[in-house]
Write a protein that binds this ligand. Structure first.
Ligand code: PMP
Length: 412
């Protein structure tokens, strides 16, 4: 049952009123980035208009206000994912930087020769490259969990690949290409029994699925504000306090120190140890308001709404004979991302033709080239839903994809 008043929600997103090629835009590229409601745009504007200053330690009113906004955003993220304290919440630039921070700090400190690092074949490049580098530097072994033909991760693969030698597992909550949602709780429990630390790449899952880090028990969780109605340039790294405390700082400089002498320095306590330099306060303000908006609607309601849209679209797509869908065809453990290819048509042509209908989708390798190689396709087109999409949007998309081959001169 769909419980969202999407007509009302849509009105909160001014960009969705834009007309493209004489048609009101249908935005279906949410896995790449999401749009901002007026409340987020205004929160950022208000910060810039009234309270902008360098936060922390400033005595003047603007600095005090800027600090408060930054700290409130931390508090909001903490409660959103149910972390124990704001010491466990580090603001970064994005998911990519959060993953690099873990690799460069935890990885450099704790990975040793012969250790194994396990990731999924469906990983985004930002969860591959940092581990490739650490594996090379440390003479460690990078292993992959492979998906089955339906795009799901079988637990047997987890049992086979995660062993006492596995130092780290870094796994996405939801694949940005296939929409597959992995059984994280079960996987994390198993990994912990093997003594493995687990990082969850929540770039695609945190915006759509309620996450409670205490319940999930992941050691790290990373995500980006821009995929959950917030601004670009701010991301989150959650880490268990005792693990973060054991890690050396990633970047060195202002704001992350306790004391600096000519030849040596000591570092500030968490979370500041990992937040060197002037931080993105307007980003924090936007993220704070984005979470307010999502909480107001309810993440569970958003997920249900996306399930309705995805099931509807998938069923119709499955009846189109010249269309191939990559990833799970049923609704079990999948989110609102559908990758597909149209027979004889390059995915870029599909996206370009859809743009002429005012429909925004993405095509390419989606920063997942090893997955593309594994699936035997060079690229796909990808449609991805969020809370402001409607069945009417899905119908416009379905109508347009049925016309792609005709556009290119095929009979049907
Ligand atoms: N991981 C996944 C699963 C993603 O989908 C993305 C973004 N496409 C990223 C990581 C990287 O996110 P960002 O570009 O915000 O760093």
């Amino acid at each position: 049952m769909d419980s969202l008043d999407v007509a009302r929600i849509k009105k909160d997103f001014p960009i969705l009123e834009r007309v493209v090629n004489d048609k009101q835009i249908v935005y279906l590229d949410n896995a790449a980035t999401t749009q901002k409601p007026t409340s987020v745009i205004e929160k950022i504007n208000d910060y810039n208009r009234f309270s902008h200053a360098n936060p922390h330690r400033g005595a003047h009113i603007l600095s005090v206000e800027s600090t408060k906004i930054y700290d409130d955003a931390k508090e909001k993220v903490k409660s959103f994912i149910n972390a124990h304290s704001t010491e466990e919440i580090i603001f970064t630039r994005n998911t990519t930087e959060s993953l690099n921070l873990i690799a460069q700090s935890y990885g450099r400190e704790f990975i040793e020769k012969g250790d194994e690092i396990v990731i999924t074949i469906s990983s985004h490049h930002s969860n591959i490259l940092p581990w490739q580098r650490i594996a090379k530097e440390k003479d460690a072994i990078l292993k992959y969990l492979y998906l089955d033909k339906d795009g799901r991760l079988p637990m047997e693969e987890v049992y086979k690949k995660i062993t006492k030698k596995t130092k780290l597992l870094s796994i996405e909550g939801m694949s940005n290409v296939l929409g597959t949602i992995h059984p994280l709780k079960e996987i994390i429990k198993y990994a912990h029994n093997m003594g493995t630390k687990v990082i969850v790449d929540g770039a695609q899952s945190v915006p759509h699925i309620k996450i409670d880090v205490k319940d999930l028990d992941a050691d790290f969780l990373v995500f980006s504000a821009h995929k959950m109605l917030g601004p670009m340039g701010i991301g989150v790294l959650y880490g268990k306090k005792e693990i973060l405390e054991s890690m050396p700082p990633f970047l060195l400089g202002g704001d992350m120190i306790e004391y600096v002498s000519e030849q040596d320095s000591s570092f500030a306590p968490l979370p500041f140890k990992f937040e060197a330099g002037t931080q993105n306060v307007e980003g924090a303000a936007g993220l704070l308001e984005a979470i307010n908006y999502l909480e107001n609607i309810g993440i569970e309601n958003i997920k249900l709404h996306e399930e309705v849209l995805t099931q509807y679209t998938l069923e119709k797509m499955m009846n189109i004979s010249y269309l191939d869908i990559q990833g799970p065809l049923d609704m079990e453990n999948r989110g609102g991302i559908i990758s597909f290819t149209i027979k004889d048509v390059h995915p870029h042509d599909t996206a370009t033709i859809l743009d002429s209908y005012g429909i925004a989708i993405r095509s390419g390798h989606h920063c997942a080239q090893p997955l593309m190689h594994y699936m035997g396709v060079p690229s796909t087109s990808r449609v991805s839903f969020y809370l402001y999409n409607t069945l009417e949007d899905a119908d416009k998309f379905l109508y347009a994809i049925k016309n792609v081959r005709k556009w290119l001169g095929y009979g049907s």
